[in-house]
Design a protein around this ligand. Structure first.
Ligand SMILES: [Zn+2]
Length: 453
């Protein structure tokens, strides 16, 4: 990443302030990667870099599996028939078994550059591809994790590496085949490796090492608390897949007599640093437990659609006071505007009523992930925040005709990632006029993916 000047001035034609209000003529002063001044209603200064369209804060992709990007377009009818989550998973494993540290670095770098082009400035990488193809640890057991951090840095993103404990192939089922790459053997050995990884980035402002419980299917019940304890001791984020599929709920009830949410609660895995991913199939008691513990929920609408998971109870969660964040998860697309409006539009289909989430609230879901990934100051255009500025053009065929007073709704309900022209991430101008500093990201993706599939 090329160096950047310490002091910079950006002039935004229109910008979304923390209140959700759109202000005109906003000047943002930046020093050392942080915002040190914001004034509105001022003419552009001659030395200012102009950011056109509507400037929104950097977006947070709170749930990513970078290698799933290689599956895009290849899983729509995998068996010649309808396919399911489980047939999709088999194809996903076929990519997982080919990845090496070098090829994963190359792929993840391109995927994170695609994210930067979409206005994402922090990624939460839910990482479980830890070990070599035969299940043995690399000489440095965190080789894969280091590759992902390097990829994010090359692409200009902050990363929360959510180091995932993954010990079983299902309730009372061993890991098999490629799944052995995920296996640390026990939560204790997972914790030892995760500690080494976290220690390596203790002083890094752009990296958070958090914990993840893959799911109640994949972490036997006796190993849940040790992972939660590790995250608590380090005040680190703790993420987990939760109730994405009804089959997981049924199996959990059969094995433990309770829902996955209740099981996680009983073993100390819910709390204000915890994020439950999907949370699609919940009962009222689950929602109350998530709310009472201040656990957030990361919705992934485009993946949930793609995998036919169902429509989650986003209205009920919001009404209960649960913070909502967004993730592109399987990367069926990487477009947080599509994820954000999906929360509202899917709710409309489910309820046959409109107006559950306003545009400003939906944009807030696209920025709330920074805090839940361990970067609490990011995601707002205010003094003291990291200088994360995303310019969305208002003159494309999708957005043209926007008015200042409704520009935010135009962006949330009609813009796509392709309308992002400029991205400043921590003061670095990583996307300028639609071009990423790494060059042709489409070509980088093609080369990385064709080497694997
Ligand atoms: Zn996931």
């Amino acid at each position: 990443m090329r160096p950047y000047p310490a002091r910079q001035t950006f002039h935004c034609d229109l910008a979304v302030l923390p209140s959700g209000r759109v202000a005109g003529g906003v000047t943002v002063e930046v020093d050392g990667g942080s915002i040190i001044g914001i004034t509105e209603g001022a003419p552009a200064r001659s030395h200012a870099q102009r950011l056109p369209g509507l400037v929104v804060p950097g977006l947070a992709n709170a749930h990513s599996h970078a290698f799933h990007r290689a599956l895009r377009g290849r899983t729509q009818a995998p068996t010649g028939g309808r396919g399911s989550f489980w047939t999709w998973r088999e194809l996903m494993y076929s990519v997982a078994e080919r990845l090496t540290p070098d090829s994963y670095l190359t792929l993840a770098r391109a995927v994170y550059a695609e994210m930067a082009l979409a206005g994402i400035t922090t990624v939460g990488e839910f990482h479980y591809l830890h070990h070599d193809t035969d299940g043995r640890a690399y000489d440095d057991p965190n080789t894969m994790g280091h590759a992902l951090v390097q990829a994010a840095r090359d692409a200009g993103l902050r990363i929360a590496l959510l180091d995932t404990c993954y010990l079983a192939g299902g309730f009372d089922q061993p890991l098999e085949g490629v799944q052995r790459r995920f296996d640390d053997g026990s939560a204790q050995r997972w914790a030892e490796r995760a500690t080494d990884l976290a220690t390596a980035y203790d002083d890094a402002a752009d990296v958070v090492v958090g914990a993840a419980i893959h799911s109640v299917r994949a972490v036997p019940v006796d190993h849940l608390a040790p992972v939660a304890d590790w995250a608590a001791a380090r005040a680190a984020p703790l993420h987990m897949h939760l109730s994405e599929q009804r089959a997981e709920n049924d199996a959990c009830r059969e094995r433990h007599g309770v829902t996955p949410t209740r099981l996680l609660h009983d073993h100390g895995a819910l709390g204000p640093r915890s994020s439950a991913v999907h949370a699609t199939h919940l009962v009222a008691d689950d929602i109350a437990r998530l709310a009472d513990t201040a656990t957030s929920v990361c919705l992934c609408p485009t993946t949930e659609r793609d995998l036919a998971d169902g429509i989650g109870p986003s209205i009920e969660l919001r009404n209960a006071g649960v913070d909502l964040t967004l993730g592109s998860d399987s990367h069926a697309v990487i477009d947080l505007f599509e994820e954000a409006r999906g929360v509202e539009l899917d709710s409309r289909l489910a309820t046959q009523a409109r107006g559950h989430f306003a545009g400003a609230a939906l944009l807030a879901t696209a920025t709330a992930g920074h805090a839940r990934l361990g970067f609490p100051a990011a995601g707002r255009l205010e003094v003291g925040a990291p200088a994360d500025l995303v310019a969305v053009r208002l003159d494309s065929v999708r957005t043209s005709g926007a008015l200042p007073e409704t520009a935010l709704d135009t962006v949330v309900f009609a813009a796509t990632a392709a309308d992002v022209t400029d991205v400043v991430a921590g003061g670095r101008h990583v996307v300028e006029a639609g071009r990423h500093v790494l060059g042709d990201v489409g070509l980088l993706l093609r080369n990385a993916i064709h080497a694997l599939v």
